[in-house]
Design a protein around this ligand. Structure first.
Ligand code: NAD
Ligand code: IMJ
Length: 261
C-alpha cells in the first residue's frame, strides 16, 4: 500500500511526457493516489486523455487559467466524480516569448508583465479560491506549485518570469496562512533546470544545464522523477507539519557560493 492510498489529486500542467506535472502524477499514482487532470486547450486534449489513461484516470477537464469561468467549471465538472479531494498540483507558467530573451527592460511591456503574473501566479490563488470548498473537511490537504531559483536570483533571459515566480512564492506564504486553519497546506518546489517544453527554445539552456552539472553539490541535473518523489512526499501525511515552504529540489545548486567553473 502506497503512502498516498485513499488520496485524490487534481493535476494542472501536463503537456508532454517530459512535463514536471507528468513526473509528479506518475510518482503519486505509484503511491496509490487517484488522479484527475486538466489541459490548457483543445490541442492538448487527446494527449492528456492518453496520459490520464496510463495512470488509470478518466477525469480530464479543460482549463485555460486565463479564463475565470473555465477555472470555476473545473470544480463543477470534478464534482460529478468526487465529493471532495485532497491535493492540487499547479505546474503552470507562461510569459510571452519576446520577454524571455535579451535585455529585461528593452523587451518589457505592460501586457507581457500582466500575462506572466496572471498565468504564473494569480492562477494559483484563483484555483485555490475556486477549489477550496472541495478540500475543506479533509484531514490533511495539500496544494503544491512549481517555482525556480530565478524568483530570488537573477538569470539572463528569465526576466519577467523571475518577478512572477517571486509573486508565486509570496502567494504560497499568504495561501498557507489563509488555508492553514482548514487543514490545507500550501508549498512550492523550486526545481533545478529540466529539459521540458517550457525550457525548449530558451537561448543558452544547454549552457545552464552543463553549469549546474559542474557546480551543484551532487554534480548532476534533476529529473522529473526527483521532483515527482518530492511532490508525493509533500502531499502526503509524512509532510503534515510543512506549509508555506519553498523546498529546493536542485541537487543543492542554490546553496553554493563560490563556483567550480
Ligand atoms: P511544460 O511546458 O511541460 O509545462 C508548462 C505547463 O503550463 C503546460 O502544461 C501548459 O499547458 C501550461 N500552461 C501554460 N499556460 C497556461 C494557461 N494559460 N492555462 C493553463 N495551462 C497553461 O514545462 P514544465 O517545465 O513542466 O513547467 C511546469 C512548471 O515548472 C512551470 O511553473 C515552470 O515554471 C516550473 N519550472 C520549470 C523548470 C524547468 O527547468 N523546466 C524549473 C523550475 C520550475
Ligand atoms: C526560461 C527562460 C529563460 C531562462 C530559463 C528558463 N531558465 C530556466 C527556464 C534558466 C531553467 C525554465 N523555467 C524555469 C521556466 O519557468 C520557464 C517558463 C516559461 C517558458 C516559456 C517558453 C515558451 C513561451 N513562454 C514561456 N513562458 C514561461 O512562449
Amino acid at each position: 500500500m502506497g503512502f498516498l492510498s485513499g488520496k485524490r489529486a487534481l493535476v494542472f500542467g501536463v503537456a508532454s511526457n517530459r512535463s514536471i506535472a507528468w513526473g509528479i502524477a506518475q510518482a503519486m499514482h505509484r503511491e496509490g493516489c487517484e488522479l484527475a487532470f486538466t489541459y490548457q486547450n483543445e490541442r492538448l486534449r487527446e494527449r492528456v486523455e492518453k496520459f490520464a489513461g496510463e495512470l488509470d484516470s478518466d477525469i480530464v477537464i479543460p482549463c485555460n487559467v486565463e479564463d475565470d469561468d473555465e477555472i470555476e467549471a473545473v470544480f463543477e465538472h470534478l464534482d460529478d466524480y468526487w465529493d471532495s479531494f485532497d491535493i492540487i498540483i499547479h505546474s503552470i507558467a507562461f510569459a510571452p516569448k519576446e520577454l524571455l530573451e535579451g535585455d529585461y527592460l528593452d523587451n518589457l511591456t505592460r501586457d507581457g508583465f500582466n500575462a506572466a503574473h496572471d498565468v504564473s501566479s494569480y492562477s494559483l490563488a484563483a484555483i485555490a479560491k475556486a477549489g477550496r470548498h472541495m478540500m475543506q473537511g479533509r484531514p490533511d490537504a495539500s496544494i503544491i506549485t512549481l517555482s525556480y531559483l530565478g524568483a530570488v536570483r537573477t538569470f539572463p533571459g528569465y526576466n519577467v518570469m523571475g518577478l512572477a515566480k517571486a509573486s508565486l512564492e509570496a502567494n504560497v506564504r499568504y495561501l498557507a496562512h489563509n488555508l492553514g486553519p482548514e487543514n490545507i497546506r500550501v508549498n512550492a518546489i523550486s526545481a533545478g533546470p529540466i529539459k521540458t517544453l517550457a525550457a525548449a527554445g530558451i537561448g543558452g539552456f544547454n549552457k545552464i544545464f552543463d553549469h549546474v552539472e559542474a557546480n551543484a553539490p551532487l554534480r548532476h541535473n534533476v529529473t522529473i522523477e526527483d521532483v515527482g518523489n518530492t511532490a508525493a512526499f509533500l502531499s502526503s501525511e509524512l509532510a503534515s507539519a510543512i506549509t508555506g515552504e519553498v523546498l529546493y529540489v536542485d541537487n543543492g545548486y542554490h546553496i553554493v557560493g563560490l563556483l567550480n567553473e
